[in-house]
Structure formats: C-alpha cells, structure tokens
Ligand binder design. Structure first.
Ligand code: IDC
Length: 456
C-alpha cells in the first residue's frame, strides 16, 4: 500500500498534479524518534536496546529500518519485533500481537549482534520508510515561544499546513482592512496587542490593488507591505501578503501588476520564515480555468525568488470554492493548479453563508489544502448584525478540520465586521472591552486560546 501510494504520488508529480492529494496521504503526518543504546558488549559481540517513539499520526503497523555502519556488524537475535538483515540493511517489523503505535507511544525492542572491527551506532533510522528526525534532526528555528519561533517555516503536507517538525498546524489571526484607508490601525502598539493580548499567530496584510490601492503607487504600497511583514516578524507572527483583488473580479486584469509585485516582495522576503503569499483575494465573474491560468503564471515568479514559501490561490465565486457561482470544489479537485506547496482560499461571511457552504468545506477539506484567509462574523457586505450562532458553528468546524483563518478586520472601520469601535485606532488600547466591538470581542476570545502547536 505504501509503495502504491508512493507510485501514485510519482505519477501525480509527472502529470503536474501534486496539488491533488489523496485523502489517505492527507492525514498521515509522520515523525519519529529512535533511541539506540548499546547495553552490553563482550568479545566480538554486543547487545543493543532500540526505542521507537511515534511523533506523527497513529500507525496501524510499523517497520523500523536502519543500516549497520560497519561491514562486520551482524544481527544475531532480536526480540519484540521480527528482525532481519540483508547486506547492511536491518529491518524490524512490528509483532503481530502489538502492531499499532499511537501518537507519542513508544515500542521498545532490542537485539544481540556480532562485530568484527569497530561497533559504531547506526545514525539514520526510518519508520515506515520515513526518516526519524526526532532526536538528531535540525534544531528548531529560534524557539522563543512565539508562533514563528515554535513552528518555523511552514509547508503544505497533504491537506494540512505543517510546521518544521512536519506536524499539522492551524494558524488563527486577523486581517487588516485596506491598508490604503486604515494605516492608523497598524502601528507598534496595535501589533503588540495583536501578538501579546490577542495571541494571534497571523497578520493578513490586505493590499487592495484597485480602489486607491497598489495601482496608484506600486513602490509605496510594496514598501508598506514589507514594513508590516517586518512588524509581524518582530513579534513572531506569520504575515499573509494578500494581493487584494476584488473589482474587477478577473485576476488576469492585474496579471502584470501581480508579477511585478510578487517578484519584488518574494525577493525581499525570501529568507524570512514568516511569509505566506495570497495571490488573488476574491476572483469573481470568472471561470476556474482563468484563475488557474493566472496562478500558473504568478506562482513561478514567486518560486523563482522564494522557492519554499506557501502560496494560496483564490477560488471562483469570491473565493467560495465556486459555491456562490453554483459550482463547487470538484472543478478544482479535477483540475488543480500545477504547482506544489499551495493551498486554496475559502472565504465566508457567517450571516450570509451557512450550511451548504459548510458542507462544501467539509467535503473539500478531505481533498484540498484549504486556508480561510478572510471571513466575517456578519453579512457579506461587511455590515449588518453579527451572527454569533453561525460564526461559532463555522469556527468549531474550522477547529475540527485544522483549517487556518484570518478575520476581517483588525480595524476601526465604521462597520460591524471591524474589531474596534470607530475612531479608536488613534488611541493606544487595542484589547480592552472599551474599544472592542461585539465581533472583536468574540474573535479575541477565540484567537487567544492556547495553540498547543505540536513539536518533537
Ligand atoms: C469591504 C469593506 C468595506 C469596503 C468594501 C469595498 O469591509 O469597508 O467599502 O470592501 O472595498 C469581501 C472582500 C472585502 C470586503 C468584505 C466585506 O474581500 O474587501 O470588504 N468582503 O464586504 N469579500 C466578501 C466580503
């Protein structure tokens, strides 16, 4: 089965279909640690204890592999597994009576062997074919307890976002409003509050292209985005660079601008661990194939400068996975963007988008890596009454599916989607009940709970 999946993955790569993931591959987060100890040595012989700790998802069965470093080292007899040696390669397969290994669980086995000259310890171990990085992998990227410090550079693994330990993570944070209008809301005090009081993992930087945005001053807006990336980085938060196309809805209208903008921000930020690129906010009135074509022209520009960063692709019908256009996720599943390390955007406004949208997300989440880069607790206009029940149902669903999200908006816009009361961004308080709206209070409650990011 393992080989079959690997083969499938190879075919998918050849066909340029790596974004299309199988549900099986999707859920298998891997990770392991092996502790190898020589417990006894005698003339030409030795005994070793091997402890395997599963740091990934539960496995129904396991096979440990390692190579004897010296040609004279031979396995004699093993226990608590079925042992064999072929050339230098040693394998130990889980015993029938105890084949499974839960997350965090350990299997303890051992063997006796002989050696001729030296008796060095093996250095690389695999569990079900995947190298165990737990004890001797690269040290974490400056773990200072912040989201970026703990998780480091992110990548897409199956349908999830994974951290530097290859474990699935989910980020929760806030989106700016249009930075052309609300720059007063993005300063050292508001960013401190977002990181320290809100305990956000993520700042989405909404850079409108039209509506007095990027097109009016490309260099100026590029600088402002970079400045916000740095402010997020300084506080250990991820920064989602949102190329906020909205009207017109066809992202190809802005294709040249997108290439210029992303070439610049990707080159400038390539060494940072905290940057994620969102290439088209909300395509609308445009087919999936046109969006896919746009993505397949912009992604290579980003990759050329910053090969490792996650890129998020907008979807049809205002990033509704097509649902708002009477379509759905299958048009993406059947015709995914030919690129790796990408996710797809889903947006919702809780008072407008309910069960049929939730059903689409539940289905799609088994097949596509999704990121809710924007959602509102209110209606799709950004105003109207907050729908607490629908918002709670949505956020519970995203929690359950481990889908990352950013809320619209961390601003004092005079509309109910804003987190702050009008004209409060000119003060220094971005956290207390005195400045928060009903939506802001709900979001701060949800976002500030502990992340429990997996490490190991
Ligand atoms: C809204 C803002 C509003 C602004 C309008 C037009 O809240 O102040 O006047 O855009 O620029 C989206 C968009 C987002 C919208 C938001 C609410 O991504 O730009 O912001 N929304 O309408 N998609 C669905 C809803």
């Amino acid at each position: 089965m393992k080989r079959f999946l690997a083969l499938l993955a190879t075919c998918a790569t050849v066909l340029g279909l790596t974004a299309l993931v199988t549900p099986q591959a999707a859920v298998a987060a891997t990770g392991c640690r092996v502790d190898y100890t020589v417990t006894n040595t005698w003339q030409g012989g030795f005994q070793a204890a091997v402890k395997i700790t599963n740091l990934g998802d539960p496995v129904a069965g396991w096979k440990l592999g390692f190579a004897m470093p010296d040609a004279g080292q031979r396995l004699a007899q093993g226990w608590s597994a079925t042992w064999s040696q072929s050339g230098s390669a040693v394998t130990a397969t889980a015993p029938d009576w105890n084949p499974a290994l839960a997350t965090g669980a350990a299997a303890e086995l051992g063997f006796t062997g002989s050696f001729a000259g030296a008796n060095p310890a093996p250095s690389v171990f695999t569990l079900n074919g995947v190298a165990c990085m737990g004890s001797d992998g690269p040290p974490p990227v400056g773990d200072d307890g912040t989201p970026v410090g703990i998780n480091g550079r992110l990548h897409v693994c199956g349908v999830n976002l994974c951290n530097q330990y290859d474990r699935p993570v989910r980020l929760r944070g806030m989106s700016t409003h249009g930075i052309q209008w609300f720059s007063q809301c993005y300063n050292a005090a508001s960013m401190d509050a977002l990181a320290d009081d809100w305990k956000a993992d993520l700042l989405r930087i909404a850079m409108y292209v039209q509506e007095d945005g990027y097109e009016t001053d490309p260099a100026g807006f590029t600088d402002r985005v970079n400045g916000l990336v740095d402010m997020a980085e300084d506080r250990g938060m991820y920064a989602l660079i949102d190329f906020h196309t909205l009207t017109p809805g066809d992202p190809n209208y802005n294709l040249d601008r997108a290439k210029t903008f992303f070439a610049s921000v990707a080159a400038r930020n390539a060494d940072k661990a905290n940057v994620i690129y969102e290439i088209a906010n909300e395509p609308n009135g445009v087919s999936w194939s046109a969006i896919k074509s746009y993505a397949e022209q912009v992604i290579p520009v980003i990759r050329a400068a910053d090969p490792d960063a996650v890129v998020i692709v907008g979807t049809r019908g205002w990033s509704s996975l097509g649902v708002s256009d009477g379509s759905g996720e299958s048009e993406i599943v059947n015709n995914p963007v030919a690129a790796t390390n990408i996710m797809y955007t889903f947006h919702f406004y809780a008072a407008s988008h309910k069960d049929n949208y939730r059903a689409a997300v539940s289905r799609a989440a088994a097949q596509l890596p999704l990121f809710v880069t924007e959602f509102g607790t209110v209606s799709a206009t950004g105003g109207g009454a907050m729908d607490r029940a629908s918002t709670t149902t949505w956020l519970d669903l995203l929690d359950q599916l481990k889908i990352s999200y950013a809320n619209w908006t961390y601003s004092d816009a005079p509309e109910s989607s804003a987190a702050f009361q009008p004209e409060t961004c000119d003060g220094t308080d971005y956290s207390s009940s005195g400045v928060l709206t009903e939506s802001g209070a709900l979001l701060k409650d949800r976002i500030s709970t502990p992340d429990h990011f997996p490490t190991g």
